[in-house]
Ligand binder design. Structure first.
Ligand SMILES: C[S@@+](CC[C@H](N)C(=O)[O-])C[C@H]1O[C@@H](n2cnc3c(N)ncnc32)[C@H](O)[C@@H]1O
Length: 275
């Protein structure tokens, strides 16, 4: 909302850990925030400018000597990509964009998220996305990878410092995680947008999943179920965006990091503890 716009920008970007070499003065931080806000009004965008600012903040924290690109999976009309391209330009990183540019694929019958969506939803043609980013972002840092994730993501090269996975389906999240995670740098970030769906978030807490594919404990997910509270009011549980009261609006996203761990380890002897 317009009233809390400067306050949101201030709280998100005035966090202490920004790396000094990016020379983000007060004016540059506010200009970045307003530009990102403006872009979410100019391009039809599925995520908020606060979510984009949070990813910007994490990128501005990563020292420039840590090598790696930024990867966005799930672009639609290019709104989040335009904003990520702006911060990529500031921090000197490439933005690699992966999308079908034909919208969502056919859903797998066992994919619970696919039951609420349809084939072709969120279609942004590649020329339209390019033109939006050229107009509102920084096209020279962008690389476009068109195709279905099962064809374009396996074999992706690293290093990757941050990846934004806004891909809706469980099957799409699964292929994204299995392809991107091995190439994340040790403090690298994964952000997701479907943070309101607890089943979806459970991937990040599943001991079976992380043991099966990565032989490690799950990393967990900050913001599971509600997203990060970036100046918003949200109670949950999630029953669809249409059920929210007028002022209730999660601004998210949720994220994890390569070096995070989240597992329950306390299993006392039954003889020791009797509930
Ligand atoms: C919700 S939209 C992304 C919204 C965008 N991040 C924004 O903030 O406006 C989801 C995108 O994921 C893409 N997508 C989902 N699954 C895919 C798959 N398996 N292969 C390629 N693209 C996929 C769709 O084409 C669509 O552009």
């Amino acid at each position: 909302m317009l009233i809390n716009l400067p306050i949101s920008i201030f709280f998100i970007l005035f966090y202490k850990n920004m790396h000094p070499s990016y020379k983000m003065t007060f004016v540059r931080k506010m200009a970045l925030g307003f530009r990102m806000y403006r872009n979410t009004k100019k391009i039809k965008t599925g995520t908020t400018y606060q979510a984009h600012l949070l990813m910007a903040l994490k990128l501005l924290e990563i020292p420039p000597d840590v090598l790696g690109d930024v990867v966005e999976c799930g672009t639609w009309k290019g709104g989040s990509a335009a904003n990520l391209s702006i911060v990529c330009k500031i921090v000197g990183r490439k933005l690699r964009i992966f999308d079908s540019f034909e919208g969502l694929p056919n859903g797998h019958p066992e994919d619970r998220m696919a039951r609420h969506a349809s084939t072709g939803l969120f279609c942004g043609a590649i020329d339209e996305v390019r033109s939006n980013i050229s107009r509102y972002g920084e096209i020279d840092v962008c690389e476009f990878n068109k195709g279905w994730y099962q064809d374009t993501l396996p074999g992706i090269e690293g290093p990757i410092v941050l990846s934004f996975l806004d891909v809706d389906y469980e099957a799409s999240l699964d292929i994204c995680i299995r392809s991107v995670w091995p190439h994340l740098v040790s403090n690298g970030y994964i952000f997701i947008d479907e943070y309101l769906e607890l089943n979806y978030c459970s991937l990040f807490f599943s001991e079976k999943y992380w043991d099966k594919y990565f032989k490690r404990k799950p990393p967990g997910l900050i913001g599971a179920g509600s997203g990060l509270p970036l100046g918003s009011y949200y109670i949950g549980p999630f029953r669809g965006l249409g059920t929210l009261s007028p002022l209730e609006r999660p601004t998210g996203p949720a994220y994890t990091r390569k070096d995070f761990y989240s597992s329950w380890e306390f299993y006392p002897d039954e003889s020791e503890v009797t509930p």
